[in-house]
Design a protein around this ligand. Structure first.
Ligand code: FES
Length: 102
């Protein structure tokens, strides 16, 4: 069964930006994009960098360390030096609260 974890108030998700939240025992990144909310792991798959410190442009998050880019909708690695895709998590919004399925 799906384990929905309460992550953050919807009002605290920044518009066109990224914020890190603790959900259960892991740190995830939440992105506000064009009114939607997306969730991924916060740690880059290439190295020790947090994507919440990166730059969001549209649906693409750029890692602050080597500028690898992922699509936040499906975690796809879009360019070198990335090799591995990023884990993404389903998001549900209910009564102004963002839940993430881990
Ligand atoms: Fe993210 Fe290298 S650590 S691109």
């Amino acid at each position: 069964s799906t384990n929905w974890i309460k992550a953050i108030a919807l009002a605290d998700v920044p518009d066109e930006d990224v914020i890190a939240v603790q959900a259960g025992d892991r740190e995830i990144a939440l992105y506000g994009v064009e009114g939607g909310v997306y969730a991924t792991d916060n740690l880059c798959t290439h190295g020790n960098a947090r994507l919440c410190d990166g730059f969001l442009t549209g649906h693409e998050i750029e890692c602050p360390l080597h500028q690898g880019r992922f699509d936040v909708r499906d975690g796809r690695a879009l360019c070198s030096p990335l090799r591995d895709n990023l884990a993404t998590y389903p998001v549900r919004i209910e009564d102004g609260v963002v839940f993430v399925a881990l």
